[in-house]
Design a protein around this ligand. Structure first.
Ligand code: 5GP
Length: 195
């Protein structure tokens, strides 16, 4: 689809900030169900602790846990990245830590998108140092062309090109998170920046 019009809940939806829809609601739903099935199979007989990274992964996590049939708990972390796109050192700060301890637990870190890989690399190392039984990584989107640090992704939704996307939890200035699809933001939104 090359324009941002979609039939949803019986209404034609067009958003002027949308360059094009990259991944439709239907494609997301099918992929989330598929990842949920894979996790349910891989963790048969176990309990899993899903760790959502705020705020972007919230909607993905909410849909994903409802597709998982093994016992699930979930918790959240919030991090802030500094200079992730320009510094290879990639300083990451934890703004909100877990409510649960992870020692001896099977944990899956759930992200919205892996871009440079700096955030997840830091988080995976940080969580491994807390002695969990296992750590796996799940992301809805993967933008491998901008990778600085290698990340081993266990459950990967969609590989996308190097374009700035929003929707389904992903934001620009905290907007567009509630859009049910993933869209490429129109350049005019950036051009207006700072005005
Ligand atoms: P990185 O992998 O570079 O450490 O950071 C990943 C984070 O960068 C994501 O959680 C997200 O907040 C942000 N990010 C990277 N690419 C995009 C994108 O295309 N759209 C949006 N909305 N956020 C992105």
């Amino acid at each position: 689809m090359s324009f941002c019009a979609g039939l949803s809940k019986g209404a034609l939806r067009v958003h002027p900030d949308c360059e094009r829809i990259l991944i439709s609601e239907e494609e997301i739903r099918a992929k989330v169900a598929d990842i949920g099935r894979r996790i349910s199979n891989d963790y048969a007989g176990k309990e899993v602790l899903m760790i959502g990274i705020l705020k972007g992964a919230m909607i993905f996590l909410a849909d994903l846990v409802r597709e998982i049939t093994v016992p699930v708990q979930y918790d959240f972390m919030a991090v802030s990245s500094y200079g992730a796109s320009s510094k290879s050192s990639g300083e990451v700060r934890i703004l909100k830590d877990l409510e649960y301890g992870v020692e001896g637990r099977h944990i899956i870190v759930v992200e919205d998108i892996v871009d440079t890989g700096l955030t997840l690399n830091y988080l995976a190392e940080n969580l491994k140092s807390r002695d969990p039984a296992s750590v796996k990584i799940c992301t809805l989107l993967d933008k491998p062309s901008r990778r600085i640090e290698p990340v081993e992704i266990d459950y990967n939704g969609f590989v996308i090109p190097d374009e700035f996307v929003v929707g389904y939890g992903l934001d620009y200035s905290d907007r567009y998170r509630n859009f049910p699809y993933i869209m490429v933001l129109s350049p005019k939104v950036y051009m207006n920046e700072g005005e």
